[in-house]
Design a protein around this ligand. Structure first.
Ligand SMILES: NC(=O)c1ccc[n+]([C@@H]2O[C@H](COP(=O)([O-])OP(=O)(O)OC[C@H]3O[C@@H](n4cnc5c(N)ncnc54)[C@H](OP(=O)(O)O)[C@@H]3O)[C@@H](O)[C@H]2O)c1
Length: 339
C-alpha cells in the first residue's frame, strides 16, 4: 500500500510517500481502509522524536474510513462499516490514563496510509451528519476539547469560557462545543481576521491578544450577567507562556484554568498570591479515554457539530500540508484525503 512514512533524517527531510507492506489484522484487531485524515501538531513533533536509528513509521493520528478486514475474535465490526478511529490507545475508561497509554502514529504505525490496523476497541461508528473529511479531522481535537471543556473544566450552561488562540484546530472545535453547551464564549487571537471568523461561528466576545482584555470584557454586553461578569469562569488554554500573564486579570474567583498544550513554551509564571486568594483551580489534561471519545461523538451528533476545516490537501501532498500547519496561519483543522 502507499503510505506517508518518516525515516532517517529528522524533520520534514525524512518524510516520504512510499510503498510499504499492507498490514494484516491480528486477533482482536480491525483493518480500516482510510478515506480522510487530519493533521495535528503532534505529526510535526514526531518528525523530531523519531530517531534515525528506528525503523520507518507511518505518520498520522487522525483518520476515518471503512472497515476492510477483521482479525480473529472480532464480532462487533464488519467489512463495510464506516468508522472513526480513536487515537488514544489503551485508555478505555477511568478518570486518568493508564501507564501504557499511547497515541496512534508513533511509535505504532498511523493513519496516513491506504490502510491502518488498530484494536477493534479503538474504533466507533462515524457520525452520520459528518462528511468524510470532517470525520477524518475530528478524533484527536474533538476528544481533547471534550475532556478539557466538560470532564476537567465542568463547563455549565450560562457560564463564560475564554478560548485563547482561536485559530487553532482544537480551539475552533472548543468554540462549537461550548456554544452547543449554552456557554458564553470569549475568544482571543493574534489575528483580526481570525477574530472575525470566530464571530461568525458564534463567539460572543472577540479579544485581540494585544488589547486590555479586562477592559474589553467589561464593555462587552453579552458577558454581563452578574457582579463580576466581566470575568470568566473557565479558560481552556494551549497557547501557554505567550498569554499566560493575561489570564489572571480575567479569571473569576473560584474559576478554573484547564491547560493542554505548550505551543509557546514549557515554562510559565503563576502569581501565587492571586492564585490562592482567588481560589483558582489549575488543571492539566491530555486527550481522553475511549469512554470520553464515545461521549464526544454522541455530543457532536446530538448538536450536529462539525469541525472547522481550513484547508484540505491530498495525502501525497502531506509534506506541504505539514509546512502549512507549522506556519500557524490556519483557522481550524488541516485535512488530508487519499488522492
Ligand atoms: N494535550 C493534548 O492532548 C493535546 C491535544 C491536541 C493538541 N495539543 C497541543 O495543543 C496545542 C494546540 O493544538 P492545535 O492543534 O489546536 O494547534 P494549532 O491549530 O496550530 O493552533 C495553535 C494556535 O495557537 C495560537 N498561537 C500559535 N503561536 C502563538 C504565539 N506565538 N502567540 C500567541 N498565540 C499563538 C494560534 O492562534 P491565533 O493564530 O488565533 O492567535 C494558533 O492557531 C499544540 O501545542 C498541540 O501540540 C495537545
Amino acid at each position: 500500500m502507499k503510505a506517508l512514512i518518516h525515516q532517517g533524517e529528522k524533520g520534514l527531510a525524512g518524510v516520504r510517500w512510499a510503498e510499504v507492506e499492507t498490514p494484516v489484522p491480528g486477533p482482536g484487531e480491525v483493518r480500516v481502509q482510510v478515506v480522510a485524515m487530519g493533521l495535528n501538531h503532534r505529526d510535526l513533533r514526531v518528525l523530531d522524536w523519531h530517531s534515525p536509528s528506528q525503523p520507518a513509521v507511518v505518520l498520522g493520528s487522525d483518520g476515518a474510513g471503512v472497515v476492510d478486514a477483521v482479525g480473529p475474535g472480532v464480532s462487533e465490526w464488519f467489512p463495510g462499516d464506516e468508522v472513526v478511529i480513536d487515537p488514544s490507545l489503551n485508555w478505555l475508561d477511568g478518570p486518568f490514563p493508564p501507564e501504557n497509554v499511547a497515541i496512534l502514529g508513533f511509535p505504532s504505525n498511523g493513519t496516513f496510509a491506504e490502510y491502518v490496523v488498530v484494536p477493534a476497541c479503538q474504533i466507533a461508528a462515524k457520525p452520520s451528519h459528518l462528511q468524510w473529511r470532517e470525520a477524518g479531522v475530528l478524533p484527536l481535537a474533538g476528544l481533547t476539547a471534550y475532556r478539557a471543556l466538560f470532564t476537567r473544566g465542568q463547563l455549565q450552561a450560562g457560564q463564560t469560557v475564554l478560548l485563547p488562540g482561536i485559530g487553532g484546530g482544537v480551539a475552533t472545535i472548543l468554540l462549537r462545543m461550548a456554544k452547543a453547551a449554552g456557554a458564553k464564549v470569549a475568544v482571543c487571537s493574534r489575528n483580526v481576521d481570525k477574530l472575525a471568523l470566530a464571530k461568525k461561528l458564534g463567539a460572543d466576545v472577540t479579544l485581540h491578544n494585544d488589547e486590555d482584555w479586562a477592559l474589553a470584557l467589561r464593555v462587552a454586553e453579552p458577558v454581563q450577567v452578574g457582579n463580576s461578569a466581566e470575568k470568566v469562569n473557565l479558560i481552556v488554554d494551549s497557547v501557554g507562556p505567550a498569554l499566560w500573564d493575561k489570564y489572571w486579570a480575567v479569571l473569576k474567583t473560584g474559576g478554573t484554568l484547564v491547560h493542554f498544550g505548550s505551543t509557546t513554551g514549557n515554562e510559565a509564571v503563576l502569581p501565587l498570591r492571586e492564585f490562592f486568594f482567588a481560589h483558582w483551580n489549575l488543571l492539566g489534561t491530555a486527550m481522553g479515554s475511549h469512554a470520553e471519545f464515545l461521549a464526544m461523538l454522541a455530543f457532536v451528533e446530538q448538536h450536529q457539530i462539525k469541525p472547522v476545516i481550513d484547508r484540505t490537501f491530498a495525502l501525497s501532498e502531506a509534506p506541504r500540508a505539514l509546512s502549512y500547519l507549522a506556519e500557524g496561519v490556519q483557522f481550524g483543522k488541516v485535512a488530508l484525503h487519499l488522492d
